[in-house]
Design a protein around this ligand. Structure first.
Ligand SMILES: [Cu+2]
Length: 232
């Protein structure tokens, strides 16, 4: 009985693991979308190569003499050089292009907010220099939806990693150094963020929340927060 249900259970597990607050495969903005696209393309490519190898293996088993049409040296050159090299070059080019896109090298879209993120064992704090030196939040990052937000990341102690899977790729938080990542949420909402680098006993709980507000209420919301007033 179990062996009949196992594929169904695995399928359901696979599908449910594709969504959720920390799913990089359920992107909520263009940067996470670019990474998800790369993931699917690599999965498709890996599936294609696996199918080809299994197909050839099947032919060797079920059609004796099939492989003799090519010499052993020919098989090595075809399978070890001509098959992987163009694929790796294509994947590397695509991956590097996506990397440039993620750091903003090819974009003209204006940055609508600049935020500083500080990691420390084991929590995240955020400052909003655009809105004033005293504007800060702890554990929740507030951003305007629908625009590019630049986050400058650093650490107070060890190396952490700043990651909002539904909005962007991860970036290291390094003590004494600033790294920059761009995030964008297409629509207002709440998104999960985590530390993606093991940093000690409290690592698993080093999470934060991102709240993306409608752009017209963003400043008002943060001003209210910094004044200690509960905004509507
Ligand atoms: Cu950590």
């Amino acid at each position: 009985m179990f062996h009949r249900l196992a594929p169904l259970s695995l399928g359901a597990l696979f599908l449910t693991s594709c969504s959720g607050d920390l799913s990089a495969l359920d992107p909520a903005g263009p940067y996470a979308g670019a990474i998800a696209d790369l993931w699917w393309i690599m999965l498709f490519g890996a599936g294609l190569i696996l199918s080809l190898v299994l197909g050839l293996l099947g032919l060797v088993f079920f059609r004796p003499g099939f492989g003799r049409s090519l010499s052993p040296k020919g098989w090595m050159i075809a399978g070890g050089l001509f098959l992987p090299v163009p694929m790796l070059i294509a994947l590397m080019t695509y991956g590097m292009a996506q990397g440039e896109y993620l750091i903003g090298a090819w974009q003209n879209e204006p940055v609508v907010a600049r935020i500083e993120a500080h990691g420390a064992m084991w929590h995240w704090g955020f400052r909003y220099p655009d809105l004033g030196d005293d504007v800060s939040t702890d554990g929740t990052l507030h951003i305007p939806a629908g625009g590019v937000v630049e986050v400058r990341v650093t650490s107070a102690d060890v190396v952490h990693s700043f990651w909002i899977p539904r909005l962007a790729g991860k970036i290291d938080a390094v003590p004494g150094h600033e790294t920059v990542v761009r995030i964008r949420a297409d629509v207002p909402g709440r998104y999960g963020g985590i530390c993606a680098e093991y940093c000690g006993n409290g690592h698993a709980g080093m999470r934060f929340t991102v709240e993306a507000h409608p752009p017209e209420t963003y400043r008002q919301r943060l001003t209210a927060l910094s004044a200690g007033v509960s905004a509507p």
